[in-house]
Design a protein around this ligand. Structure first.
Ligand code: FAD
Length: 283
């Protein structure tokens, strides 16, 4: 295995300078829960490991004029225990309850989860529900990228080797129903096969007044399903209606992925999971 040089710049400016000159030869490491697998197996073909885990510029969760800002270096444990997320992005907080085990949550960052571009990345559906944008920077410029555009294909990120995700800017939603659900091969420490997140609010008459929904894991990149929003908004959420919506969702998944061997279980599983998630809003 070739030697990999470990570099830990003290601040974001130094890190972006380093990447500007050596980005092609460098792998960024944050919590390392994905990267270290490749380091240990010898699959990482890079000269430098750039550690961004202690940079203040990537830390913190705050509500300000821009929206609800979550630093790319925020860990899943910090998300798990954030009061600000409890009241403004409950689906994201619930994601952390279902994410790996405590040791991994203590290390794993939200930035690493998104940059890794795995279709199974659990933070993606909730970020998509909150119409999150990633603030991405290189030495010379910054840009805001919708989270659904952070991966071009499964495991292929749209980031250039010179770029770092600094933070995510979410639209905060309060006082409604929010949830995250996933299905894996086992109950604990499972890679998601299907994941979904929702935020919904009802009006005084009990109709759905506002709904945001996103699907993850079973499609190559996450999707915010405006189809669901259009279908359910303005309607009274009966059991039959939610079941019908779940069926539409399963059809949409098949439209995106085509019929595969896994469709035989995923089609009913999506409909069932959607029903389970939305059941609390049934009138
Ligand atoms: C036992 C185990 C259980 C797991 N369970 C789950 C689970 O339940 N759900 C789930 O979604 N994932 C799970 N994972 C995967 C992993 O923990 C997550 O993807 C995690 O969020 C990655 O974050 P990290 O900080 O460790 O990233 P790292 O491993 O440090 O980096 C991951 C990738 O992101 C890049 N990167 C990191 N930060 C940035 C940044 N700010 N800007 C640009 N690029 C960056 C790195 O270069 C690398 O390509 C699990 C992993 C293990 C080992």
């Amino acid at each position: 295995m070739a030697e990999i040089e470990y570099v830990r710049p003290v601040n974001l400016k130094d890190a972006l300078n380093f990447l500007w000159n050596h980005g092609e030869d460098t792998k960024i490491i944050a919590g390392g829960t994905d990267v270290m697998i490749d380091v240990r197996s010898g699959a990482l073909d890079k000269k430098y490991l750039l550690d961004i885990s202690r940079m203040d510029e990537l830390k913190g969760i705050e509500l300000n004029d821009q929206g609800l800002c979550v630093g790319a270096g925020v860990t899943l444990s910090e998300i798990y225990s954030s009061d600000l997320l409890e009241s403004n992005a409950l689906a994201l907080k619930k994601t952390a309850y279902n994410f790996a085990g405590k040791q991994i949550r203590n290390m794993a960052t939200i930035g690493g989860n998104v940059a890794n571009s795995s279709p199974c990345g659990d933070t993606l559906p909730a970020l998509s529900v909150h119409r999150a944008k990633a603030l991405v920077a290189d030495k010379k410029s910054t840009r805001l990228v919708p989270v659904e555009e952070m991966a071009t294909h499964a495991y292929i990120s749209s980031l250039s080797p010179k770029q770092i995700i600094i933070k995510f800017i979410l639209t905060p939603y309060q006082d409604g129903f929010a949830d995250f659900q996933k299905i894996g091969r086992r109950r604990e420490l499972a890679v998601s096969r299907i994941s979904m997140a929702v935020f919904a609010k009802k009006d005084k008459e009990g109709r759905i007044a506002f709904l945001k929904f996103a699907l993850g894991a079973c499609t190559p990149v996450p999707h915010n399903m405006e189809l669901m929003e259009k279908f359910l908004t303005g309607k009274t959420p009966t059991r039959e209606l939610i079941w019908e919506a779940g069926g539409l969702l399963a059809q949409k998944m098949i439209e995106i992925t085509g019929r595969r061997s896994s469709t035989i279980y995923k089609e009913p599983a999506i409909q069932g999971l959607f029903m389970r998630m939305l059941y609390p809003v049934v009138k």
